[in-house]
Structures are given as C-alpha cells and as structure tokens.
Design a binder for this molecule. Structure first.
Ligand SMILES: Nc1ncnc2c1ncn2[C@@H]1O[C@H](COP(=O)(O)OP(=O)(O)OP(=O)(O)O)[C@@H](O)[C@H]1O
Length: 247
C-alpha cells in the first residue's frame, strides 16, 4: 500500500484549474521529485497533501486512510505529515528549541520534556546541537532551513513534503540542506519534494514527476524523465533549464 495516494485531484482558484485530475502514488521509503514550470501546481499539490489547502474533488489517502474525508481530524493527520516551505518560517522571537517544540506541545499535546529531548537529539544529528538556545537571526539561512526540517521531523512523520526548500538560499548554503535530505533518504524517509534543482532530483529521487498545467504529464526514473523524456512539453521545459544552466 502506498504511503500517499492522490486520486483524481482537482483544485480550482477562481477560474484557474490548478490541479486537473491529478494522480500520484508514493510508496514507502521512496523519494519523488516534482518538477515543472512555475505555476504548474507543485506547491498546491503539496499543500493539498498536507491538508493546508482543500481539494475541490478527488481523494487523498495516507497509509490507506482517506484524509480528505471531512470526518478526519486534520491536526491528527498533520502530525503524521511533515511539511517544509521555501521560506523557513521560524518564529524570530523564539529559540531554535522552542520553534521546534511549539507545535508538538501546543497542537499535538506532546509532553514538553519528551518533545524537547527529541528535538535535541535531532539537532545533534544534524550538527546543530550547539544552536538549540540561539534565536533564528543568529543562524545562517542554511542552518535555519535545517532547523525548519528538524521541526517537521520531530513528530516522526510518515511522510515529509519539501517545497523548494533550497530556493531562498545563497548557493553556498544549498549544499548543507541537500546533504540533510540525502541523509534522510538513506534512513528510509518517504519524501515528496518540489524542486528546481534538476541535478539533485536526478541524484536523490527514485521517481521524477513532471507536472504540466496541474496534470502529471510524465513520470518515471530520473535518468529516463530527465535524460530521455518522451513528452515534447517535458523536453521543452528541460531545454529551458539547460539554457539557464540549471541541469
Ligand atoms: N491561494 C491561492 N489563490 C489563488 N491562486 C493561487 C493560490 N495558490 C496558488 N494559486 C495559483 O495556482 C497556480 C499554481 O501555483 P503553484 O504555487 O501550485 O505552482 P508551482 O508549480 O508550485 O509554481 P512555483 O514553481 O512558481 O512555485 C498559480 O497560477 C498560482 O498563482
């Protein structure tokens, strides 16, 4: 059974169809990279999967449970899904440790000591143990994004959704975040990531999914989709990326 299964998703903003009969399955321990032009629906898909945006039609299952069922408690679902955004969204007036433990303690009613111990363990693993009591503005962008990823991991989610997590970073800080994602993959974390980093998608993803106007136009192993795409639209997208020097 897939960890995440999206079937016939449809999302419309005003008159614009942003997800259009979209289907996507993500098996356990797999990493799926979503690629596609700006506006193709990558962020919307991730936000729908995290129950941050409501779908207009279709279903989403997490471990076989339909999470788009209105009777499901969204907070309970969000505890099982970690989501990280492009802008790390850390609270500036809170220490790293408080940023990480706020939701587990306040929203998910986890015991404070237990949440803090787990947060410290994670910070240690990603080399940020000495920053636990720092405020975000003392950290580099790469460190802040790693804290945001730890914040998403502290509930031991079944699935991690990463939306352009390196886009806001200076090029020299991208590597440390990518290394962290690589390590998570090695540990077997199931992930879906929207990315413009084709080189990284090629290296880390088990499957690359090309979205075009809210549909999955092409999906498969990275070598195939990025190296020898069958769809003209995918080829066109990739040649633009090559021109921009980003492949
Ligand atoms: N809350 C919203 N209200 C209205 N329109 C929205 C909203 N969120 C997204 N859209 C529109 O939906 C379309 C798809 O946006 P989305 O952010 O999902 O694309 P994307 O593929 O992630 O793009 P990018 O690569 O630029 O992040 C865009 O045209 C966007 O303007």
């Amino acid at each position: 059974m897939p960890v995440l299964s999206c079937a016939h998703l449809r999302k419309v903003f005003g008159t614009r169809v942003v997800l259009d009969d979209l289907n996507l399955d993500v098996e356990e321990h797999r990493v799926v990279a979503l690629i596609g032009a700006s506006g193709s629906g990558k962020s919307t898909l991730l936000r729908c999967a995290a129950l941050l945006t409501e779908v207009d039609d279709g279903t989403i299952h997490l471990d076989g449970e339909e999470i788009t069922d209105p009777r499901v408690d969204p907070d309970a679902v969000r505890r099982r899904i970690g989501m990280v955004f492009q802008a790390y969204n850390l609270f500036p007036h809170m220490s790293v440790l408080d940023n990480i433990t706020l939701a587990p303690v306040r929203v998910h009613r986890r015991a404070r000591d237990q949440a803090r111990a787990q947060a410290r363990e994670w910070l240690d693993r990603v080399g940020l143990a000495d920053q636990a009591d720092s405020y975000p503005d003392r950290l580099s962008g790469g460190q802040q994004q790693r804290v945001a990823i730890v914040r998403a991991l502290v509930n031991s989610p079944r699935l991690l959704l990463l939306d352009e997590v390196t886009s806001a970073l200076d090029p020299e800080l991208v590597g440390e975040v990518l290394t962290m994602i690589r390590d998570l993959k090695a540990e077997g974390m199931t992930m879906v990531l929207a990315t413009h980093e084709m080189g990284f998608a090629r290296e880390v993803a088990d499957e690359v999914v090309f979205l075009d106007a809210g549909r999955v136009l092409e999906a498969g192993p990275p070598q195939r989709v990025l190296g020898d795409p069958t769809e003209p639209r995918t080829r066109q997208f990739l040649s633009r990326i090559i021109e921009a020097g980003r492949l």
